[in-house]
Write a protein that binds this ligand. Sequence first.
Ligand code: COA
Ligand code: MG
Length: 293
Amino acid sequence: MKILRSMLFVPADSEKKMGKAASVGADALILDLEDSVAAVRRPVARQMALEYLRSADRTKGELWVRMNPLDSADALADLAAVVAGRPDGIALPKCDGPHHVHQLDHYLQALETQAGIPVGSIGITAIATETAAAPFTLGQYKGAPRLRILTWGAEDLGAALGASSNKDEHGAYTAPYVLARSLCLFGAHAAGVQGLDTVQPDFRAPDKLLRECNEARRDGFLGKIAIHPDQVAVINEAFTPSAAEIAHAQAVIAAFAANPEAGTLSLDGKMIDMPHLKQAERVMSIARQAGAL
Ligand code: COA
Ligand code: MG
């Protein structure tokens, strides 16, 4: 499945932002019907999202839609409006666990059938740390239908907990959000889906964004959410293996290929063994997908 380095949120009721979004270079857009759209604007946003899905150049990047939470009155209206536009996927907010993914899968099966599109073609991104219950289920997503991406959020989780802030006096996430981030990362890898890092809301601080990208990539996330066009290039570059990383990965693979019976070798004065080979192969696969080879 294609890796999405950057997913840019676009409020679906904003003609201006929707107009700009296609030229920004994000691997995917998420047309938002939830938190960035006022309740009274939702009917308009649904129609605009559908129009956008129908008229956009679909070779430029994937198009996703963020629906409203499953327990809201908006959820079915959102899906009923946009499925006919054949989005690449639905982002599910306030996801409590895999049972919510199953529930969404059932709705999508019905609506895909009605729209005459292949059943199962629409994927799911679970925003999987936005409720107090959610962190307890992050290890249970393996086999969840349609699931391509697990991501986490610190803003809604803070609101769910009644936290006065999710950051400490140095600007670092406090313990509950560090835990949610780590569990999301473990959960994504345990489920065999992509882990996507959360937003950096301070969109005029490219240094902070780059630091978060590098930390996320170091830890095993494969991409990050963007909320502003200026964030997309930084994210895409940070999640694309550099020439030096590619050269190192190729050297590791070549060393094992030249010594097919070796379980461990030395390269540049350092021990390498199977985890290094596995990581090198992963880097090459990401680089290939990102067109960096
Ligand atoms: N997608 C597409 N275009 C966007 C955009 C987005 N997410 N955010 C801003 N733009 C456009 C603006 O319309 C503006 O276009 P212009 O050059 O034609 O005038 C340009 O990019 C520069 O925008 P800027 O003035 O710097 O930002 P802003 O003050 O207009 O908007 C936000 C700031 C945060 C309100 C806006 O970026 C936004 O709506 N982000 C998405 C929020 C969201 O979806 N949140 C939910 C997920 S957490
Ligand atoms: Mg939210």
